[in-house]
Design a protein around this ligand. Structure first.
Ligand code: ASP
Length: 434
């Protein structure tokens, strides 16, 4: 059996949903689908999930979400009408959901309703069974998938009479039955859970591009689609900002080694990218850069003489909501890079004061405007690609603020200034991929 996940652009309007049906009709092995909430129909459009978060914010401010929810309701009703569906049941669902959001059910509940309504509507259109993710996917408090979910999903899909099943992506429930979402883009994770639960032969992930590119095509217009890439490489690329597949979506599928095929709903015959457990061959996969980072630098003589120092420092960062994505250490110094959006200026200031006094630091400073550029490929430590990439950055006058080589054999990374991000991607692409 094949599990298909259709992303927001694949279910953005009635004409896209008709394409979904044509794809399913094409191959009878496609009997289980996971769907996202309707995404943008054009650049200026709103994603339903963003509108739902907005509804929740209004309620938090003491207002009713009605005006924004009206836009959401019209979108779903419009799709249903265009698909020739009876809108009575959908209208009743919409009314109930608006009341619940207004009653303060919270951000996770509000956001999850985008996928819920999408799956409800598509199941009506396909005449397939609707299976609510809240009844079978259990999400732990740290956001990881509770392994009970696999048996529960497989039980819920054990109905021989059903023509097929439609499951909303992005959410499940906690052990005490409260709706909980994954992080943004989390329908990919639901797809992996379902694929593992039913031991699928293939997990097809349908989106609006014909696979994962060797570089962002907005920066490198002639970048090529990668035909095959390993689980580990795709995780590294996603972490570097290549937003095609959620990096947490590999975890559920890793032990069962189900291949994932990234496919294009608007061009279904394109082969797309195959994500496999190990790619074997020695080759480069892609280059990507992620911006929006800040740097904390601390200095203290004999910093690590005291046992448990690093742990204590990290705990303090976590208390202030800062989750470092990269760290470096010297004999008397330590540097962390974190997403600037993790903390406001006042939080950063308070954190610096606290760290300085609590650990009696010689100095602490925070500055922003950094990006991380990474190259991903198989067996990179056995090649000279790292040297060639550094040389190309150096020759182009791009300052490297740190290097990470050797921690992984499928990637190496450079810290650069945010303003050099686009140029750096194209320089490294030219050197290694042309
Ligand atoms: N609708 C959610 C989001 O926009 C989840 C998803 O599309 O995967 O993040």
């Amino acid at each position: 059996m094949t599990v298909c996940k259709f992303g927001g652009s694949s279910v953005a309007d009635a004409s896209q949903i008709k394409k979904v049906k044509a794809i399913l009709d094409e191959d009878k092995k496609r009997k289980v689908i996971v769907v996202s909430a309707p995404g943008k129909r054009c650049k200026e459009d709103d994603k339903i999930t963003d509108l739902l978060y907005q509804c929740n914010k209004m309620v938090q401010k003491g207002q009713s979400c009605k005006p924004v929810f009206q836009v959401i309701a019209e979108r779903y009703l419009g799709i249903a009408q265009e698909l020739g569906l009876d809108t009575k049941a959908l209208s009743a669902q919409l009314d109930e959901i608006r009341c619940m959001i207004d009653a303060g059910r919270g951000a996770d509940y509000a956001a999850s309703r985008g996928e819920y309504l999408s799956a409800f509507l598509i199941s009506q259109y396909l005449k397939w069974e609707f299976v609510d993710a809240a009844e079978c996917i259990v999400i732990n408090s740290d956001g990881t998938v509770n392994p009970f979910s696999y048996d529960r999903v497989s039980m819920m899909l054990d109905n021989k009479k059903a023509k097929g099943f439609v499951i909303p992506g992005f959410y499940g429930s906690t052990e005490d039955n409260t709706i909980k979402t994954f992080t943004r883009g989390g329908s990919d994770i639901t797809g992996s859970i379902v694929a593992r639960a039913i031991n699928a032969n293939m997990y097809e992930n349908w989106t609006d591009v014909s696979g994962i590119f060797s570089a962002d095509p907005r920066l490198i217009p002639d970048a090529k689609v990668i035909d095959a890439i390993s689980y580990r490489e795709v995780r590294e690329l996603s972490d570097l900002g290549a937003s095609v597949f959620h990096e947490e979506a590999i975890a559920p599928i890793l032990p069962v080694e189900i291949p994932i095929n990234i496919k294009n709903t608007n061009s279904p015959d394109d082969p797309g990218t195959l994500i496999v457990p190990e790619s074997g061959e020695m080759k480069l996969a892609g280059v990507s850069a992620r911006g929006g980072l800040s740097r904390i630098s601390i200095r203290k003589l004999m910093l690590f003489k005291k046992q448990g120092m690093r742990h204590a420092l990290l705990t303090m960062l976590h208390i202030f909501g800062i989750r470092p994505v990269y760290s470096l250490q010297g004999i008397d110094s330590m540097v962390w890079f974190y997403e600037t959006s993790n903390a406001t200026e006042s939080v950063v200031k308070a954190m610096c004061e606290r760290l300085k006094s609590e650990f009696d630091l010689d100095s602490i400073s925070v500055d922003s405007g950094y990006a991380i550029l990474g190259v991903v490929g198989t067996n990179l430590l056995e090649t000279s690609d790292y040297l060639r990439a550094s040389q190309s950055l150096y020759d182009s006058g791009i300052k490297i603020s740190f290097l990470n080589y050797g921690a992984s054999d499928v990637s190496f990374t450079f810290g650069i200034n945010e303003e050099d991000r686009q140029r750096a991607v194209s320089v490294v692409y030219d050197k290694l991929f042309r």
